[in-house]
Design a binder for this molecule. Structure first.
Ligand code: ADP
Ligand code: MG
Length: 231
């Protein structure tokens, strides 16, 4: 087997608000390999977002470590972390996270501007990505002129802007109806294959789990490998 792209070891995260403590992650350990689509399943409050935030360097754990593409995310300084996020990671959120005043094409182009990609190359890549997600007819529309499923397609295209190695998707279908949600999961499934990225997808939607290569189950901050069902 190839080297893992993501290694998570002994991850622990405790939230303290006043005298109360919430142990959001307890000794979480797993690896994800290049090209894998790993679903992280668990009820609301089980620790999915906390886990993805530690892996994506959006937050720091109390113990343990995360290595992505050979870099120890948990010990990187702010600048190196920013660079890692910009160059290696793509994020997809439940609420899409698009910039309302920008068109679909401009939203997808934002990460490319951040790395100062030349304008002609950027335009070409934006068009390619928007057609990859089936939105070639909608490049000039703003988020409010798009359906929920179309907005999430724009967000997925944007997440691929800088050719990430790892896609982190936190309940990407959480705001969509079940049929649209299924289409979005199928799109992610196809893109993981065609773009060769690894994806970690948090969801509590059981019907979407069958598209994953592997399922990790989390409850009360404890992670277990789950048997694949159905498919
Ligand atoms: P999920 O994404 O699976 O719904 P979360 O990772 O958001 O779960 O939350 C895990 C636990 O940590 C929950 O008990 C939640 O209330 C708690 N939690 C999450 N974020 C914070 C925070 N910033 N401060 C305090 N507690 C938090
Ligand atoms: Mg969450």
């Amino acid at each position: 087997m190839s080297e893992p792209l993501v290694v998570v070891e002994g991850l622990r995260k405790v939230y303290r608000s006043g005298p109360k403590e919430v142990v959001a992650l307890q000794d979480v350990t797993f690896s994800a390999y290049p090209g894998e689509l790993v679903a992280i399943r668990g009820r609301s409050g089980s620790g999915k977002t906390t886990l993805l935030n530690q892996i994506g360097g959006l937050d720091r754990p109390d113990a343990g470590r995360v290595v992505v593409a050979g870099q120890d995310v948990t010990s990187l300084g702010e600048d190196a972390l920013l660079a890692l996020r910009r160059d290696m990671l793509g994020f997809v959120f439940q609420s899409f996270g698009l910039i309302p005043v920008l068109s679909a094409a401009e939203n997808v182009g934002v990460p490319m501007r951040l790395v100062r990609m030349p304008a002609d190359e950027r335009d070409k890549r934006v068009r390619m990505l928007l057609s990859l997600v089936g939105l070639e007819q909608h490049v000039n529309q703003r988020p409010y002129e798009l359906s929920g499923g179309q907005r999430q397609r724009v967000a997925i295209a944007r997440s691929l802007a800088n050719r990430p190695r790892l896609l982190i998707a936190d309940e990407p279908t959480g705001q969509l109806d079940s049929q649209t949600g299924r289409q979005i999961m199928q799109l992610l499934r196809a893109l993981v294959r065609s773009e060769g990225v690894t994806a970690l997808v948090a969801t509590h939607d059981p019907s979407l789990i069958t598209l994953a290569d592997r399922v990790l189950e989390i409850s009360d901050g404890i992670l277990h490998e789950a048997a694949l069902q159905g498919s």
